[in-house]
Design a protein around this ligand. Structure first.
Ligand code: PAF
Length: 286
């Protein structure tokens, strides 16, 4: 596996692979890779001939006071994992390479509506930062397909929408969340949890599962379900940012008649913000 740091080298390597008739798959990441990322690479190796990963901690998607500076940077370990997973090319640019003129005047891509609410409400500008960097990366790599984790459900919806709206010829694939044995969704931010916090953290997924179970049993009083589970999270020492039931495709607030639902949660455990979701299609599970 080759690691390149400039757009020029990236384009040259991708052009070589294209010249050999290879289909290109792309897995954008911010590094500090775990089994969830490895699953995305593995999936890509099954779908295409040439897999490109990127590692870039994108300043544009972090708000003031967020964890940009302490976000873990573990390039050597990440390279080893990518190599083992069968990745062919890693693009690991500097901030200057991605934003040579700085970020202030950078053209932005924004996806209204889908970016509002949920994580967009508590992280203003976050999805604009994601949509902008993903658009830039897509234009740099020009892959046939790109793979993202479903853990960031709203992010995946935003990316599908931008690709559709901007007519980018890229297939977007969402891969199921990889979980620890106790249900906690794997995340680079889990490393910030103390041992005690890590022991409490699985309540986040248990909360989603309890709501899903109640809905499957016919409970449609969503506000009551939510407020009971918020109390449980608070009692366990978490500070819920949101816990919501939305429509699984459009992300608009769910109605009691909806069959395609997603339950989404973000909650602080100490200073670490955990997110998770559970997609529940009542027609598929009926
Ligand atoms: O999900 C992530 O790791 C990031 O938001 C992404 C998609 C790589 C954009 O920086």
């Amino acid at each position: 596996m080759n690691t390149v740091k400039t757009v020029r080298e990236l384009r040259a390597a991708v052009a070589r692979a294209r010249g050999e008739g290879k289909r290109i798959g792309f897995v954008p990441t911010m590094g500090n890779l775990h089994s969830g990322h490895v699953a995305l690479i593995t999936k890509a190796t099954q779908r295409v001939d040439f897999v490109v990963a990127s590692i870039f901690v994108n300043p544009l998607q972090f708000g003031a006071g967020e964890d940009l500076d302490k976000y873990p940077r573990t390039l050597a370990a990440d390279q080893e994992k990518l190599l083992q997973a069968g990745c062919h090319l890693l693009f690991a640019p500097s901030v200057e390479e991605m934003y040579p003129e700085g970020t202030a005047g950078q053209t932005r891509v924004s996806v209204p509506q889908l970016s509002e609410g949920l994580c967009g409400a508590s992280r203003p500008g976050h999805f604009e930062g994601v949509a902008t960097v993903v658009s830039k990366l897509f234009n740099m790599v020009q892959p046939d397909l790109a793979i993202f984790g479903q853990k960031d459900f709203q992010q995946l919806a935003v990316i599908k929408s931008l690709v559709h709206d901007l007519n980018m010829p890229i297939q977007i694939i969402g891969e199921p969340t990889v979980r620890a044995a106790d249900g906690l969704a794997l995340s680079s931010r889990n490393g910030f949890l103390s041992e005690e916090q890590r022991a409490v953290a699985p309540i986040v997924y248990r909360t989603l599962s309890s709501i899903a179970e109640a809905i499957k049993q016919g409970d449609r009083d969503f506000p009551a379900l939510i407020s009971a589970q918020i109390q449980q999270l608070e009692a366990a020492g978490l500070r819920p940012d949101y816990l919501e039931i939305r429509h699984g495709q459009t992300l608009r607030p769910a109605t009691a008649q909806d069959r395609d639902l997603v339950i989404l949660v973000a909650a602080f455990l100490g200073t670490t913000r955990l997110i998770d979701n559970l997609h529940l299609n009542l027609d598929a599970t009926a």
